[in-house]
Design a protein around this ligand. Structure first.
Ligand code: 5AD
Ligand code: SF4
Length: 374
């Protein structure tokens, strides 16, 4: 029996697919890279932008023929897209050959759904999970080991679907994280450990027992062994001076900081509910560069947020010019149903969004060229 997992979206999904892979192999499935050969096909989906969802619809739809030829093949769709009940129901209705539709919190119980398929199609969307559940992983990212430190997000940036599909922030216990890190280090296969969370800087806020991100970083660095430590993603409003100091002073921590700015304009930042200003963002960059001169700073930007004017878009271009990031991701704003921004008046048309994103990407290319020649 063979399985294949098709993963979309962020590193969190990549890591969660490692959990699914562990469960599949424990059940006796072997990995294949061909959908036609698989007895179990899993789509681990992403809902962050419409494009990601469209690709999933296209790829799931394309399995119709395969399922006709091999009706015993089990097809499962899970992850952020299906955590939305409406989308889950749409998938069940539109693709009658899909056997399992589950959300982000059901993954640890994946074996149950596979076994239950004999009795009929499975649809279940849970609304909560335990960040400390202890399903092991089949690590698949070479010499990098991902370690999840928290679930969810409390920020409700107005464009973002994440808080709706990943729930509120829930931190894992420091003890369990450290235990996992010690196990990874003792295996001796991993040179790098990357901590994952939607907003790692607010790690521990929900625990009320003194845990916080800088303390966690320090404790991980105390684990004896030869490894480098990295983390993503940081929110500018929560990146403390203490964390900057710890990154600067610990040799084990890589000096890579991904700090999404999203926009360079204060009115848009406010509409996005980002809770910082352009000036505050630049201040953090200045502090990072002062304390960590060799820091590699990267960022994300969204262009064409509802009502964004040409001048406001120019503020984003100027911010990128000013900071000269070591790399940026630029996205066209994609309205996500259920979010505040999707309801806003003044949605910008696709053509204009594409024009702005191309200008930003062109600028990014120029900056990287310039940096190469420095
Ligand atoms: N439209 C476009 N980009 C988005 N992102 C999040 N939500 C949206 C959306 N609705 C981007 C942000 C975030 C990155 C992971 O995806 O820039 O930092
Ligand atoms: Fe989305 Fe904002 Fe949370 Fe990041 S911090 S996951 S952009 S709501």
């Amino acid at each position: 029996m063979k399985y294949i997992i098709i993963t979309y979206g962020c590193q969190m999904n990549v890591h969660e697919s490692e959990k699914l892979a562990y469960i599949c192999e424990k059940m006796g499935y072997e990995l294949t890279d061909k959908r036609e050969d698989a007895d179990l096909i899993i789509f681990n989906t992403c809902a962050i932008r419409e494009g990601a969802e469209d690709r999933v619809f296209g790829n799931v739809g394309a399995l119709k023929k395969l399922k006709k030829k091999r009706p015993e093949t089990i097809i499962a769709v899970c992850g952020c897209m299906t955590q939305k009940e409406q989308t889950a129901n749409y998938i069940l209705k539109t693709f009658p050959f899909v056997d399992i539709v589950i959300g982000t919190f059901n993954l640890p119980n994946f074996e149950y759904y596979i076994n239950a398929v004999k009795k009929g199609r499975q649809l279940e969307i849970l609304n909560e999970g335990d960040p400390d559940e202890s399903v092991p992983y089949k690590r698949t990212s070479g010499d990098n080991a991902w370690v999840n430190i928290m679930q969810g997000c409390n920020n409700f940036c107005t464009y973002c679907i994440v808080p709706y599909v990943r729930g509120r922030e829930k931190s894992r216990s420091e003890e369990n994280i450290l235990k996992e890190i010690r196990e990874i280090v003792s295996e001796g296969k991993y040179k790098k450990i990357t901590l994952l969370g939607q907003n790692v800087n607010s790690y521990g806020n929900d625990l009320k027992t003194g845990e916080n991100f800088s303390r966690l970083l320090k404790k991980i660095c105390e684990v004896p062994g030869d490894f480098k430590l990295s983390f993503m993603t940081s929110h500018p409003k929560d990146l403390t001076e203490e964390v900057i100091y710890v990154i600067a002073s610990e040799d084990k921590i890589l000096k890579d900081i991904h700090l999404p700015a999203q926009s360079g304009n204060n009115r848009i930042l406010k509409l996005m509910n980002r809770k910082y200003t352009r000036e505050k963002y630049l201040d953090i960059i200045r502090k990072i560069r002062e304390k960590i001169p060799n820091a590699r700073i990267t960022s994300d930007f969204i262009v064409g947020f509802p009502t964004e004017t040409e001048e406001e878009f120019e503020d984003t271009m100027n911010l990128v010019r000013e900071v000269k990031f070591d790399g940026i991701f630029a996205f066209m704003y994609s309205p996500r149903e259920g979010t505040v921004a999707a309801q806003m008046e003044g949605q910008i048309d696709e053509k204009e969004k594409r024009r702005r994103v191309n200008l930003l990407l062109q600028l990014e290319k120029e900056i990287q060229e310039e940096k190469k020649n420095d």
